[in-house]
Write a protein that binds this ligand. Sequence first.
Ligand code: SF4
Length: 335
Amino acid sequence: MHNISHRMMIGKIRSGLLKWYGKHKRDLPWRKSRDPYRIWISEIMLQQTRVAAVIPYYERFLARFPDVRALAAAPEQELLAAWAGLGYYSRARNLQRAAQKVVELGDFPRDYTTLLSLAGVGDYTASAIASIAFDLPHAVMDGNVVRVLSRLTGARGNVDSLAVRNRLRATAEQLLHPGRAGEFNQAMMELGATVCLPKQPRCGDCPIQRHCVAREHAIENELPLKSAKPSAKRVEKELLVVEKAGKILAWQRTPENPRLAGFWELPEPAQLASASVGERIGEFRHTIVNTNFVCQVFRATVSAAPNGFRWLAKSKMNEVPMSTTAKKALACLAD
Ligand code: SF4
């Protein structure tokens, strides 16, 4: 890494990538700002959700909670309602805890270590905020970057292993542009998201193809090597839509269920032994982590709401956090 030709290669990779990014980057709403609050929110939303799905939530969330103080003070129900649909709700709760800490600190942290101490902020997010908002030299290592680096360097080891990760991290840090860390990190992630795709990378359009070991050896489709994933489990489920005078029977999850605490759900037949089940009104699929749910939706009637259930006005349903499965089941009413 210390000889002249290596330094030249690093220089060419940096400049090629930055030039390409300047020309081809997608116009995404969080790229319009260097406000650490906005960058943080986008990074947390993007952790487990696709870009296209995040965009409308991001705009709405920021309209509702425009700064860290508004987020710190938000009532939990309102926060969860704004997050509903993005899934992985612990992210929303951590956002609020972190916002409260930032308010206590008096200003948004400007260094990697303090950023890392915020709830829900790991190495990736701390590096992303430090570099994008403040241009601090921290390389980000998300799935896209790992894929690009493993192909660029021709890493044949398992990228889930610590040894290979550490090697790739060292490369990422050497490549990072010292004065334009934020832009460089975003360029690497963008390359992985739009050109160096998991399947069939578009090497012909790649600004660093001349330096890419995988391309040279025609092994880009074989990298990165990963551990095999356990296959997804399939679970069948039935949900009941009990409607009465413009209201729907629902129950609310309690804090014993940390992932979805506070969310409203529709009943399943086992919870409503007294119900008389009527016509089937639809079916939908829903995937949570490693489980594929196949849900059948039925209409049902009950004479009175059993213990633990409430009647929610259909017109008010947007104001309370409904789980995604409940929303999908209620959408069957409209079909
Ligand atoms: Fe990825 Fe192909 Fe570019 Fe190599 S040349 S970094 S494999 S897109």
